[in-house]
Design a protein around this ligand. Structure first.
Ligand SMILES: Cc1cc2nc3c(=O)[nH]c(=O)nc-3n(C[C@H](O)[C@H](O)[C@H](O)COP(=O)(O)OP(=O)(O)OC[C@H]3O[C@@H](n4cnc5c(N)ncnc54)[C@H](O)[C@@H]3O)c2cc1C
Length: 404
């Protein structure tokens, strides 16, 4: 029997690593299946652009994996059962089924976090997934058609909130945009970059409300902790990401916020047949701190996990690949941006790159991420590794084996 690797989620972490596994393991004894809910590769890093009205490429996953030997199953994962080693899936036509695995690669990403704030689910828009970004886009189209400037309120001044507010303000100058920050605007930036951000908001006509906590979202306004109400025709909730409850419900060891706890090789601490990467994994970086949810972390954790899976299955050593968090690249519309490096303690370094140069660097990052995800086997040597014979005959590394 072939060793069954089932990979959940074909986002930045999953699509690319499926390709590496397909190139490095022999199809004679491994079978790789990717399960993804949507038929296209979604460029999450550009969903604020999609919401703002721009066209964003979405390559078909069937084309992405054509000729790689990877099986694609378009279905929504509804549960994992790591004791029985099965994944439950639901299909768009209402059908459902189960998939058995020998190694599970969990890369289901993240979604918007409402933090339990009343009214967010019912009344707020978000850019965390493509369907919700398209719903926001429709709403903004409607406000523009209506004329007389319906207002847009973006809650959250993290990277996603900043990118969303600036993108909408630049693409839709007829809509007044307000950015709500719980503390001081751009608190995660150094002084210089923070000043650059303020100037960009001024230039784009964005109203910035600092030290403001939103406690409830209604259809046409938000209610703040200080008792004020802010009118809003489209409230965009950008106050962070959360992971799906699927891993916790399946009994995998997770952190308080539901991310799967993994060792240095991205192997689940509670279930050694399971590897987790990207936003879904609580991985500790080389600086001893949890890696942030980011496209870069998806790449680093994916590379480490594939190295570990191939190393263990073929009986070779496992290299510790790099797990670093080095910078934030933030777009401020299409012609401006900020590249803010961070130190080993994840604090912003004093210098930054701003303006068109930073916008070009950011464009390069998203383009490279799209290229590597949509050409997952490009440039990699052909499959060379057969599985190692192990004593139980299952070609499966026993739980708890020491990492080389
Ligand atoms: C608007 C926006 C801007 C961003 N900008 C940046 C940035 O500038 N830099 C940066 O580093 N990061 C950025 N991020 C964060 C970055 O996109 C994520 O950290 C990254 O996508 C994580 O990769 P991943 O593979 O773990 O998850 P994802 O890329 O989200 O992939 C998860 C995949 O799993 C699929 N999936 C999810 N649930 C299910 C299910 N139940 N069943 C089947 N399939 C499922 C999804 O369809 C998707 O294909 C941004 C995010 C957003 C939303």
């Amino acid at each position: 029997m072939k060793h069954r690797i089932v990979l959940l989620g074909a986002g930045y972490a999953g699509a690319y690593t499926a390709g590496i596994l397909a190139r490095r393991l022999s199809p004679a004894d491994t079978e790789i299946t990717v399960v993804n809910a949507e038929p296209d590769f979604v460029q999450r890093m550009r969903l604020h652009q999609l919401a703002a009205g721009q066209e964003i490429a979405a390559p078909k996953l069937a084309d992405v994996f054509a000729g790689t030997g990877i099986r694609l199953r378009l279905a929504r994962v509804t549960a994992v059962d790591p004791e029985r080693r099965v994944v439950a899936v639901a299909h768009a036509d209402g059908g459902s089924g189960e998939l058995g695995y020998d190694t599970l690669f969990y890369a289901l990403g993240s979604r918007v976090a409402d933090h339990g704030v009343p009214g967010v689910a019912e009344n707020a828009f978000d850019v965390a997934g493509r369907p919700s970004a398209l719903t926001l886009r429709e709403r903004l189209d409607g406000l523009e058609r209506r004329g007389a400037g319906g207002s847009v309120l973006v809650v959250g001044d993290g990277l996603t909130g900043i990118e969303t507010a600036t993108e909408i303000a630049e693409s839709r100058p007829g809509l007044p945009v307000t950015l709500v920050a719980r503390g001081e605007l751009g608190a995660r930036l150094a002084v210089g970059a923070g000043g650059h951000l303020r100037r960009a908001c001024d230039r784009l006509g964005i109203t910035v409300l600092e030290h403001t906590t939103v406690e409830a979202v209604e259809a046409t306004r938000v209610l703040c902790a200080d008792g004020t109400a802010l009118a809003s025709d489209a409230t965009v909730w950008a106050a962070g990401f959360a992971v799906s409850p699927i891993a916790a419900a399946g009994g995998l060891e997770v952190t308080a916020n539901g991310r799967i706890v993994v060792d240095r090789t991205m192997r689940s601490l509670s279930h050694p047949d399971v590897y987790a990467v990207g936003d879904s994994a609580h991985a500790i970086g080389d600086n001893g701190r949890p890696l942030p949810m980011s496209c870069a972390s998806a790449g680093y954790t994916g590379r480490q996990a594939t190295d570990a899976i191939v190393g263990r299955l073929t009986g070779r050593g496992i290299e510790n690949t790099r797990l670093v968090y080095a910078y934030n690249a933030i777009s401020l519309g299409r012609r401006d941006g900020i590249l803010q490096r961070v130190d080993d303690e994840a604090r912003p370094r004093p210098t930054y790159v701003g303006g068109r140069k930073a916008a070009r660097i950011k464009w390069g990052i998203v383009t490279a991420a799209l290229w590597s995800s949509s050409h997952p086997t490009f440039g990699l040597p052909r499959r060379t590794r057969r599985l190692a014979a192990v004593p139980d005959g299952s070609a499966h590394t026993p739980a708890g084996q020491a990492v080389a």
